[in-house]
Ligand binder design. Structure first.
Ligand SMILES: *Cc1c(COP(=O)(O)O)cnc(C)c1O
Length: 359
């Protein structure tokens, strides 16, 4: 069986040594030494300044919105994303307005964003889809012109560079998911990268019930803290992450070589390099998607329709906006297996099966 994803587990001895320290200290959570160490080391590795670890990527979004006082009004986001993006907005009483995507980059189209701005718009929440950097310059210009906050859902953009620097420095904040299925993980976890130190300090209080330095609630807070056991997983993984990243990028290149001319790939920003977070292919029709899925399934290979459905066609978010490109792409896209210890032989097996189904 070739699974669609397989969470990476670091060497157990390495993880065990962190657990031994936790047992010796009996400090399990509440901004413990391992969380502090991971915050410092991750910020350094990613090349960012103001990084806050939180319990998961969904809370990262919610806490980021709260930090900027976004508690009502509308936020413009993409319908071509995971349910957490519009879900986090609605949970915060913000109404998502879905702007359509570009058919090549699969990211939110700045022109569509501009068309949706009204006097109730408060923020833009773009997603670096599959890690591909958004048009950050244009989005920033639009936001500045209209006085809007920009919070990037960067759940897929771990270790992603743009014009030689981390893509995570763009926006008032960018959020990461460190969930088990993501390329770098803490089992469950998330992070917020803020532009300003003051925002980070406020968020640090928000994730701990709103307590200030004197343990008096200064805000209505929540519990979104990362535990020591989760930080231990991240630390155990961080040392070997550069190798994982390089291997995933090589696997993705192998897919691109072997499937070139057979399928369409997402067009990656020319100022960035594919981080190998996902292996999406775009097919000519939904029927082709079903044919490829069936062929893969028949030889025990998993694939996943990601992102499907187009969230502008889902009623719970309260905006059935018209997004024809997102609707079209969601029906024709399929993610192939890609995980840290996948072999090149497995990539070939998957690619051959895809080609056979398409011939
Ligand atoms: C995974 C993911 C999230 C949610 O992260 P969790 O850590 O699972 O809460 C948010 N947005 C996108 C685009 C994701 O893929």
């Amino acid at each position: 069986m070739i699974p669609i994803v397989k969470p990476f587990l670091p060497d157990i001895g390495r993880y065990q040594s962190y657990l031994d320290d936790i047992y010796a200290r009996t400090w399990l959570t509440n901004n413990g030494p391992l969380v502090q160490e991971l915050e410092t080391r991750l910020a350094e590795y990613l090349g960012v300044e103001h990084l806050l670890l939180v319990a998961n990527g969904t809370l990262a979004l919610q806490v980021a919105f709260r930090t900027f006082g976004l508690e009502e009004g509308e936020a413009i986001t993409t319908p071509f994303t995971f349910a957490a993006t519009p879900g986090a907005l609605r949970w915060q009483n913000l109404q998502p307005r879905f702007a359509d995507i570009c058919p090549d980059s699969l990211n939110i189209a700045p022109d569509c964003v501009e068309n949706l701005i009204t006097e109730t718009t408060r923020a833009i929440v773009p997603v670096h889809v599959f890690g591909n950097p958004c048009d950050v310059e244009r989005l920033s210009t639009i936001a500045q012109r209209h006085g809007l906050k920009v919070i990037y859902d960067a759940a897929h953009a771990f270790a992603c560079q743009y014009k030689g620097q981390t893509v995570l420095q763009h926006g008032d904040a960018a959020t990461l998911s460190l969930h088990a299925t993501k390329m770098f993980h803490c089992v469950e976890g998330g992070a917020i990268i803020f532009k300003e130190r003051e925002a980070l300090e406020k968020a640090r209080q928000l994730i701990n019930f709103g307590f200030d330095r004197h343990n008096v609630p200064a805000h209505v807070g929540i519990n979104a803290k990362m535990s020591e056991l989760h930080a231990a997983m991240g630390l155990a993984m961080l040392d070997i992450f550069p190798e994982i990243l390089a291997h995933r990028q090589a696997l993705m290149q192998a897919y691109q070589q072997q499937l070139s001319g057979w399928v369409t790939f997402q067009e990656w920003s020319k100022d960035s390099r594919n981080n190998g977070a996902y292996a999406p292919i775009i097919l000519p029709s939904e029927a082709h998607v079903f044919a490829v899925m069936d062929a893969l399934q028949a030889v025990n290979i998993q694939s996943r329709r990601y992102f499907y459905p187009n969230l502008a066609e889902v009623s719970v978010y309260g905006d059935e906006g018209i997004c024809p490109t997102s609707a079209d792409i969601s029906r024709r896209i399929l993610c192939l297996p890609l995980f840290a210890n996948m072999t090149f032989e497995e990539v070939s097996t998957v690619s051959e099966t895809v080609k056979k189904a398409l011939s």
